[in-house]
Ligand binder design. Structure first.
Ligand code: GLC
Ligand code: CA
Length: 596
């Protein structure tokens, strides 16, 4: 018996869900020859859609208030119902949680809060049996300072682990080895008394950077990859992978830039390709998928990593689409600009066309909720569904972050002490210090990663059906009306729309492989793009306006017969009028009498 009231319903719907989809058997991941535009093999990674699980807040299966692998196991049928093809687990390894799992203290185990290796295998097998792949998060730019390697490395300058990290003496007059700031906590250097040197940490103090120039460290990485691949995982999402090769001599960065002043010297560094090629060789042995996180990477650089058969990454998680309402980071907030968002979308679509493959996303564990950012609370359902079609039907693999599919929203906690995220706390305590506390807190409301980390809202019941006891972190109060159970029942819900979009994409070669073309890029209220393949043309029209607007079609669509494949309003009364956030997906039909 399942403890979740709506599981039964999912099972009932499951028959329908699988009937409209051809079942994919368990397959080794990427088609080796998956050259952009050519291969159409069934296990081509480009067909896949991904669902990201940040486990601590996904579902609590053993009743201690913390999400875990037992909860994941129970929810696999839900993911199947939703229609995703692969799961990416944010880190589930042992970790002191200074950065919630992105500070790993043991790469080959499961955090006791989340279960055991055996339970992981059960999840993996069940996911595979449902036709879903599983990707792990490979965090190898840094470890936790509680990792045994680091503890050994601290002990002295001539033990086997001495060179696993980046150690330096201070400069004269007690100055730090260079002027880099860390992205999360003050300066990028921390003094270690035991060793009598500074270590580098591009992120938090408890995340010392590994020295990837040391071949033994790279062997460790390959060993970790093999460990999980041998177990059967299908690939990796690779955390800040473009940071792993540091410029020789670690030169000073620009003094006036905050958090990222050292970036030019550790992003896309001199040996990055060599190192990634080594890791790629391991992935190839297993046909594993590799998705690299690549903050602030221009498309030209991205192509170096992603194009051609000898590419070192299959996809990259770029950051441009995350800055339509801010400058570089959400902490420097700007009003949302649809044009900025569209520019980011189209820039990546055009640059990668025929050369590489996009990872499409609007949310993950590092960003606030997208409806709170780019959509509208007033038109919550309409904007949630509009945003879905706006990104998911572009060329690329769609990624959905837990809770996004039910339109979860940001939380506004009453003080900075209620927040947990190291990056939010650091931002609050280091920037805009002259502003009143209230205003700084408002910045946190707009920017905090914690908004993406509240427990998933499964039901309207106690603790939102996430757990039987009080969850480890604050629930969003809106769970009574925003929850998965209610949305499964409601054909007009955001969840059902995500499901329909995934289904539509899965059934359409044009939506998977077709070319992309944007219309009316200057429009401040509409996002219109076309996907085309072998004469088939599909048009996606998204209004981002709060008020009704006139539908504007591209010239060669005017007067042509077309079929509505998908829409986010139940009925269209006036074909020419788009209601707030109205979204339509049309297919052009051959004109009557014409043969093709
Ligand atoms: C990536 C992760 C983020 C983490 C950081 C350091 O950006 O997505 O959550 O804090 O790397 O590992
Ligand atoms: Ca638990």
């Amino acid at each position: 018996m399942s403890e979740f009231a709506f599981d039964e319903e999912i099972r009932q719907e499951e028959g329908a869900a699988s009937a409209i989809r051809s079942e994919t058997a368990e397959t080794p991941a990427v088609a080796e020859e998956a050259e952009s535009g050519s291969s159409r093999s069934a296990d081509d990674f480009r067909r896949l859609s991904f669902y990201q699980i940040w486990i601590r807040s996904f579902a609590d299966g053993n009743g201690d208030g913390i999400g875990d692998l037992y909860g994941v196991y129970d929810k696999l049928p839900y993911l199947k119902y939703l229609g995703v093809d692969a799961i990416w687990f944010s880190p589930i390894y042992p970790s002191p949680n200074a950065d919630y799992g992105y500070d790993i203290s043991d790469y080959k185990n499961i955090h006791p809060d989340y279960g055991t290796l055996d339970q992981f295998k059960r999840v993996l097998d069940k996911a595979h049996s449902l036709g879903m792949k599983v990707l792990m998060d490979l965090v190898i730019n840094h470890t936790s300072d509680e990792h045994p390697w680091f503890k050994e490395s601290c002990k002295g300058r001539d033990n086997p682990y001495s060179d696993y990290y980046i150690w330096r003496d201070g400069r004269k007059k007690g100055r730090l080895p260079n002027n880099w700031n860390s992205q999360f906590e003050g300066k990028a250097w921390e003094w270690n008394e035991e060793r009598g040197q500074y270590y580098l940490h591009v992120f938090a103090k408890k995340q010392p950077d590994l020295n990837m120039d040391n071949p033994r460290v790279r062997e460790e990485v390959k060993d970790i990859m093999r460990f999980w691949l041998d177990m059967g995982v299908d690939g990796f999402r690779e955390d800040v992978i473009t940071f792993i090769s540091k410029r020789e001599g670690l030169p000073n960065g620009l003094p006036f830039l905050p958090a990222i002043n050292g970036m030019p010297h550790y992003k896309d560094g001199p040996h990055i390709m060599e190192y990634l090629e080594e890791f790629r060789a391991v992935a190839r042995e297993y046909g594993a998928i590799q998705i690299g996180e690549a903050p602030y990477t221009p498309t030209k650089t991205a192509l170096r990593y992603m194009s051609g058969e000898d590419r070192v990454l299959d996809m990259m998680i770029q950051f441009d689409t995350m800055t339509a309402d801010c400058f570089m980071t959400e902490y420097v907030h700007l009003p949302f600009s649809l044009r900025r968002l569209k520019r980011a979308f189209s820039k990546w679509q055009y640059a990668l066309e025929g050369k590489a493959w996009n990872a499409l996303y609007l949310e993950n564990h590092d960003h606030p909720r997208v409806i709170s950012r780019y959509g509208s609370r007033l038109f919550w359902r309409e904007s949630g569904t509009c945003l879905c079609a706006a990104y998911m039907l572009q060329q690329g693999c769609p990624f959905i972050y837990q809770g996004q599919e039910i339109g979860m929203l940001n939380i506004h906690l009453p003080s900075i002490d209620h927040y947990l995220d190291v990056a939010s706390k650091n931002a609050y305590h280091s920037f805009h210090l002259k502003e009143p506390a209230k205003k700084r807190l408002r910045r946190i409301h707009l920017s905090s990663r914690d908004s993406a980390r509240t427990p998933v809202q499964w039901t309207a019941g106690r603790y939102a059906g996430f757990s039987k006891v009080r969850p480890w972190f604050y629930l969003n109060h809106n769970y009574k009306h925003i929850n998965a159970a209610a949305q499964i029942k409601d054909p007009a819900s955001i969840l059902r729309f995500y499901r329909r979009c995934l289904e539509l994409r899965k059934g359409s070669e044009t939506l998977i492989y077709g070319t992309y073309r944007e219309y009316f890029p200057k429009s401040r209220s509409h996002y219109v793009y076309e996907r085309a393949l072998n004469g088939e043309r599909i048009l996606v029209v998204c209004s981002f306006s709060h008020i009704p607007t006139l539908l504007r079609l591209p010239k060669d669509w005017i007067g042509k017969p077309k079929t509505l494949l998908l829409g986010n309003y139940a009925k269209i009364h006036d074909e020419d009028l788009l209601r707030p956030y109205e979204t339509r997906v049309y297919r052009m039909e051959a004109a009557a009498g014409s043969t093709d």
